[in-house]
Design a protein around this ligand. Structure first.
Ligand SMILES: [Zn+2]
Length: 119
């Protein structure tokens, strides 16, 4: 499976094509390992990955923000695939996990180093 990134990769206009900043409901951390894992709604109404417990908060119409704290795996059977489409992936604000730092991720490297700092 060489390029299983789906529709999102078609939209990337900038030079940095390695990292897909557009989210269509799959866990971005697992995508780094070429695994397509659907995000599910957790008990707190936050999207969460059933494999790595990454939590992603729906900030507004445009953005969804990766939170600094991973979830507990308390998931309901509602998938983000088909519900989340074309959202720009960004990081949660350092001060408030429910706010977005819309500067986003500059590159895959930037995203990877963010993941290393998660709780
Ligand atoms: Zn994951």
């Amino acid at each position: 499976m060489p390029t299983g990134r789906g529709l999102a990769s078609i939209d990337s206009q900038e030079g940095d094509t390695m990292f897909d900043q557009v989210n269509d409901g799959y866990c971005p951390q697992c995508l780094l390992e070429d695994k397509r894992v659907e995000l599910m709604i957790n008990a707190d109404d936050i999207w969460e990955c059933p494999e790595c417990y990454l939590q992603i908060h729906n900030c507004n119409f445009f953005f969804m923000a990766v939170m600094h704290e991973r979830g507990q795996g308390d998931l309901r059977n509602i998938s983000a695939v088909g519900r989340v489409r074309g959202k720009i992936l960004t990081k949660a604000s350092v001060k408030d996990d429910f706010k977005a730092d819309t500067s986003g991720f500059r590159s895959e490297e930037d995203f990877r180093s963010f993941l290393l700092e998660l709780f």
